[in-house]
Each structure stands twice: as structure tokens, then as C-alpha cells.
Design a protein around this ligand. Structure first.
Ligand code: ADP
Ligand code: MG
Length: 617
């Protein structure tokens, strides 16, 4: 029969691994040691609640102190403490967690709030210490003080000592190379980062007079959303993100099922793409900071927000810096997406006015979310709204007059079908991307009783393409300067305009631009520039990727308005006048399309001065 045996781990081999490899970041040792103190207090309080220990006077807290001369960093708590036996069991047995032991012993007290789990945290302090001492006394009445000491190689000493107070004091003798951990500023920064929301007060260099805790023991996100005021949300935002611009809007997540998760996501005001990348979502587990921007838990587009999320059920690995169990993490992430979509929808339905007010800032996040996450798109597509030329906000269905009757049976909401089962033609949606620059087109549209939506953020071109693709064939987007809509033209007989366009082309001496003529309803404008939607988008795309062909104007057309008196008189002019007039019409049209090139601008102003001279005679 085969022999059986236990695999032996020699601790002198384990220690270098823990010190060097387990943690990605040295800083976290302070989080681990302070968290142990916090756990010790939580455990003691549970015992008091169960009547197994007598309540004590005085504040439950963790005190950190620095002794530069002795080169020590000390963390002291007034929690449960340890007996000699417990120190030997919990501290010296690596990977044997007293937390897990406590939980199994006191199952009925519940495990809420206990941070420890893996039984490795304590040893992280050896990343920065050459020697660590523990002074501790258990809560038990007959307990004696215990002093433990080890250099973290493989041996330790343990003896009885005088200690009158309940609780544990960890004295870390900091190695020379890590002396920054003896600086008050460094420690303050670390507590702010990792321990900001831990549940008991944490003091640095406690004096007993007017001490202020470094942490906020009851962060707002733990409160019931019903009990939070607007001012509290704003204050929490300021204190947590040090951003003095007010957030626009926030979502308070608070759920217990299917997992526990609490948090607040803030939508900041953003003006540019660069600002967008400043977002930060801090992930906590039982009020202990884990990391910023963990993209596995928080959907990518939500990382653009500022927020805190506390999820006690997050499956962390032993170093508490990485995640394990992808399925669980994915579920959490999906749930966050759903909650965010639900909250936005509720705002849209219940407070449309506020929704519209915030929309211009919200929209970037929502649209990015749609582009990145199909499920999110499906949930929010109907609450994506656009401003029209009259300044009213509508969703696409409302704008395109396709609004499905919400109460109609599902079948009736289907795409209207043409006879023969063909799909209906797409609805053309005109959009303006620059209300100032495209003012002339906009005014022509308005005069003709046409409407368009305003799509002026950097994300809109992408969003528009996405909808055309996603809603295959339902909508076709055309920029307001892409084509002269039939409604802008005068109906009736089509004129023969070839003489006009030929003459104009010859006079303009510009070989890259096509010339067309139409009779507009509106006679005031001599000509407009059109660039086909397709080639403009192609140019924009190339520009986006920094490719050649970014010049979108290769496919440009100048459309002359035969209703305009100057255009009508054009063919009858002398050659010299034709040159002058053609160029002036071209510059005017170009001006309302985009900026003129410097040499064009110069020629335009020379021409204009000439005109003024003639005018005054
Ligand atoms: P974990 O916290 O994951 O259990 P640690 O290595 O951080 O692992 O700590 C091991 C054990 O040592 C703890 O579970 C606890 O039983 C004991 N311990 C550590 N620090 C303290 C403390 N300040 N007070 C009481 N017990 C402590
Ligand atoms: Mg621990």
C-alpha cells in the first residue's frame, strides 16, 4: 500500500516569499496591521454583546505612533487581545487565521465586519521591519501580559510581561531603507488611502487633548439613501475626491441581495476627453480600501465617474490586491450596470426636468456606456435624448415620430413593414454638430419648417454610427450640411442649370469642388457647401486615427441657389466680374461651412474691401 504523508513547509523558506512576492505594494502593511486592530475591537464588541465579556469604558480606537529615535512605528488597539497560547497559535502559525477561527467559534454572533481571513496579513509588516514586537493582553480576567518578538526569519521568543491594558500593541522596527515610514506625512497619507472609512477612530501620535481621528468611521455610503441630504452627498464628494467642483448627479447603491454592495457613484462635470480620464472608483471591502479602478468589478465606462463601492462579498485573493473567481466578479459588475441604468431611468421618468438639466454632462457617460456595453445600451437607449433646433429634448423615437405606443401589444411595436414584407425605409435624422458654425444651415432648416438634433460632443459621431449599426436600417443620420433636403428646395419644373454651373466652375478655377445648382425656397443665400455624409465621416475617422486622407473636403459640392438674384444674374456678367463674384460666393459659402484657409481669408477680405470701395463710389 502506498504511504501517506503531510507535505512539510519550512517556514524559513516561506518568509522570503511572503516578504517579496505576496504583496504588490509595500504600503499595504499598514492597512493589514490597522485592520487587525480594528478586527480585534470588533471581536471584543461581539463578545460584550453576547455577554461573554464585560463592557469597558473609554473609546474603542486604534492609535498609531512614530518614534523616530527608536526607529519604530507602533499600532495599538484596545480590542480583544491575545493570550500566550493564542499568540503562538494565530501569529506563529503562518496562514492560520484567528479571524476564521473566531468565526467558527462564535457562529451565532455573525461574521459581519470581520476583515481578516487568510492569516497572512500580519507578516506583511516584515516587508518594512527588521524586527517586530507584540505586547498584548487578552480580555480574559485572569490573563497576563505577553511579549512576543521575531526578526521574521524563522525563530521567535515569547515571554510573560507587564501589561495592564487590554488589547495589543504592535511595535515595528523599521529597516533603514524604508525610513519614509517613520515620517508623519507618509503614515497620514497611507491611513487616508487605505483606512479612510474604517469603523473605529484611528489617531496618529495621540496626545489625549483635542485629537482628531484621521478617518471617517461612518462614511455616507453606509447610510440609508432615504436619510442622506443633498448637502451630505456633496460634502462626502468633496472630502473623498478633493474636487471642489460640485458633482452633477449621484447614484447611491444599496443592496443586500444577491450580494451585499453599498456605494455612491458621482457624475462629475466634464468638458473634455482628457478630463474624462480623471475618474476614480475606489473599491472597499468591509470599509477597508482595496484598490482604485478595478475594471473587473466596475464596468469600464463607470470608471470615468468618481465613486466608492464597498462590497464585502468580493472574492479577494490572499494579498487582498487581486480578485479571484471571475464568475462572481462578473455578476457583481453586471449588477452595478443594471442598478446604474435603473437609477437613470427612474430619474428620466420621475424628474424629467432635472434629467434634461444634467443631460449635457450625463450624456457622455451614458453614450460611452452604450458603446462599451451592449447590455447597458439595451437598458438605456430610450432615455438617450437629443436637443432639437427649438431647444426641446426628445429621444430618437420621439424625434423621428416613431414613438411606439407603450401600451400597444408587442407585435404592434414591431418595425412597420412595407408591402411584400420589405423593411420600411430608414428615417432620415438631420443633425447639427456646431450650432454657431452651422448657423446658416440651421436657419434655412428652421425657415423651411424642418427640424434637426444637435450632436455636438466628441462622442456623438461614434454614437451615431453605433445606432445606425445597432438599429440596422431604422435611422439614417445626415449632418445638416450634407445634402439639400427636398423640403429646402422649391418644387416644380427642374431648370436646366448646366450653363450656370459650367460658367461658375470656369470662373472659380477650383478643380476639386463640384458645382451644382438648385432653386431654394429661401432666396437670400447665394450658395451652400455640402459634403456627403459618407466621405465626411470617412475623413473624421481618418483624422481620429491620425491617418492620411483626414481632409474630409475632397468630396465637397457647392450648391448654387438659382433663386438668389446674384446667382440668377451670373451668366450675364463679364468674365472679369464672373471671376470676382464666383470667388466671393464661394468664400461666403465656405465661411458658413468651416474656417477659411489663411490665403483664402486674405483674398476674401481684399474682395470685400473692393466691394466697399465700389459701394461708396
Ligand atoms: P487575518 O487577519 O487574515 O486572520 P493576520 O496575519 O493579519 O491574518 O493575523 C493573524 C491572526 O492574529 C488574526 O486572525 C488574529 O487572531 C491575530 N491578531 C493579529 N493582530 C491582532 C490584534 N491586533 N489583536 C488581536 N489579535 C490579533
Ligand atoms: Mg489581518
Amino acid at each position: 500500500m502506498a504511504k501517506q504523508g503531510n507535505i512539510q513547509i519550512a517556514s524559513e523558506n516561506m518568509m522570503p516569499i511572503i516578504k517579496k512576492w505576496l504583496y504588490s505594494d509595500k504600503d499595504i502593511f499598514l492597512r493589514e496591521i490597522v485592520a487587525n486592530g480594528v478586527d480585534a475591537i470588533t471581536k471584543f464588541k461581539k463578545l460584550v454583546d453576547m455577554g461573554e465579556a464585560a463592557a469597558s469604558e473609554g473609546e474603542y480606537c486604534v492609535k498609531i505612533s512614530i518614534d523616530k529615535k527608536a526607529k519604530t512605528l507602533t499600532v495599538e488597539d484596545n480590542g480583544i487581545g491575545m493570550t500566550e497560547e493564542e499568540v503562538e497559535k494565530y501569529i506563529t502559525q503562518i496562514a492560520f487565521s484567528g479571524a476564521a477561527d473566531f468565526l467558527s467559534k462564535y457562529e451565532k454572533a455573525g461574521g459581519e465586519g470581520i476583515i481578516g481571513h487568510f492569516g497572512l496579513g500580519f507578516y506583511s509588516a516584515y516587508m518594512v521591519s527588521e524586527n517586530i514586537e507584540i505586547f498584548t493582553r487578552s480580555y480574559r480576567e485572569d490573563a497576563k501580559g505577553v511579549h512576543w518578538e521575531s526578526d521574521g526569519e524563522s525563530t521567535y521568543t515569547i515571554e510573560e510581561c507587564d501589561r495592564s491594558e487590554r488589547g495589543t500593541k504592535i511595535v515595528m522596527h523599521i529597516v533603514k531603507e524604508e525610513k519614509e515610514f517613520l515620517e508623519e506625512g507618509t503614515i497620514r497619507g497611507l491611513v487616508e488611502k487605505y483606512c479612510a472609512f474604517m469603523p473605529y477612530n484611528i489617531y496618529l501620535n495621540f496626545t489625549g487633548k483635542d485629537d482628531k481621528a484621521l478617518n471617517n468611521t461612518s462614511p455616507l455610503y453606509l447610510k440609508n439613501p432615504k436619510d442622506c441630504t443633498e448637502e451630505e452627498y456633496k460634502e462626502f464628494y468633496r472630502n473623498t475626491f478633493h474636487d471642489y467642483h460640485e458633482p452633477l448627479f449621484w447614484i447611491h447603491l444599496n443592496m443586500d441581495y444577491p450580494f451585499r454592495l453599498k456605494g455612491i457613484l458621482y457624475f462629475p462635470k466634464v468638458k473634455s476627453k482628457v478630463e474624462l480620464e480623471r475618474g476614480k472608483v475606489k473599491l472597499y471591502c468591509n470599509q477597508v480600501f482595496i484598490a482604485d479602478n478595478i475594471k473587473e468589478v466596475i464596468p469600464e465606462y463607470l470608471l470615468l465617474l468618481n465613486g466608492v463601492i464597498d462590497c464585502p462579498d468580493i472574492p479577494l485573493n490572499v494579498s487582498r490586491s487581486f480578485l479571484q473567481n471571475d464568475r462572481q466578479v462578473q455578476k457583481i459588475s453586471k449588477h452595478i450596470t443594471k442598478k446604474v441604468a435603473d437609477k437613470l431611468t427612474a430619474l428620466y421618468k420621475n424628474d424629467r426636468e432635472k434629467y434634461e438639466k444634467c443631460w449635457s454632462d450625463l450624456s457622455v457617460f451614458v453614450k460611452l456606456g452604450c458603446l462599451k456595453d451592449e447590455e447597458f445600451y439595451t437598458r438605456v437607449k430610450d432615455i438617450v435624448i437629443f436637443k432639437d433646433l427649438a431647444g426641446a429634448y426628445k429621444n430618437l423615437e420621439e424625434f423621428a415620430g416613431r414613438k411606439a405606443d407603450a401600451d400597444a401589444p408587442e407585435a404592434a411595436k414591431q418595425e412597420p413593414e412595407k408591402e411584400g414584407g420589405e423593411k420600411a425605409d430608414p428615417v432620415t435624422v438631420y443633425y447639427a454638430s456646431d450650432e454657431v458654425g452651422q448657423a446658416q444651415y440651421i436657419s434655412m432648416f428652421k425657415k423651411a419648417g424642418l427640424n434637426a438634433i444637435v450632436c455636438d460632443s466628441f462622442i456623438d459621431p461614434h454614437y451615431i454610427s453605433y445606432i445606425e449599426f445597432k438599429e440596422s436600417g431604422k435611422y439614417k443620420f445626415l449632418r445638416i450640411d450634407a445634402d439639400i433636403d427636398a423640403a429646402l428646395k422649391e418644387g416644380g419644373e427642374s431648370e436646366d442649370t448646366s450653363a450656370l454651373t459650367e460658367a461658375f466652375k470656369k470662373a472659380l478655377k477650383n478643380t476639386t469642388i463640384a458645382v451644382k445648382a438648385e432653386r431654394f425656397k429661401n432666396e437670400s443665400v447665394p450658395a451652400v457647401i455640402n459634403v456627403s455624409e459618407l466621405s465626411r465621416r470617412f475623413g473624421e475617422m481618418n483624422a481620429f486615427y491620425g491617418l492620411a486622407g483626414a481632409d474630409a473636403d475632397r468630396d465637397m459640392t457647392i450648391v448654387l441657389n438659382t433663386a438668389n438674384p446674384v446667382v440668377a444674374a451670373f451668366t450675364g456678367l463679364s468674365d472679369e466680374k464672373k471671376d470676382f463674384v464666383a470667388n466671393q460666393i464661394y468664400y461666403l459659402a465656405m465661411l458658413s461651412y468651416k474656417k477659411l484657409a489663411p490665403e483664402e481669408m486674405e483674398a476674401f477680405s481684399d474682395n470685400s474691401v473692393q466691394l466697399l470701395k465700389n459701394y461708396i463710389g
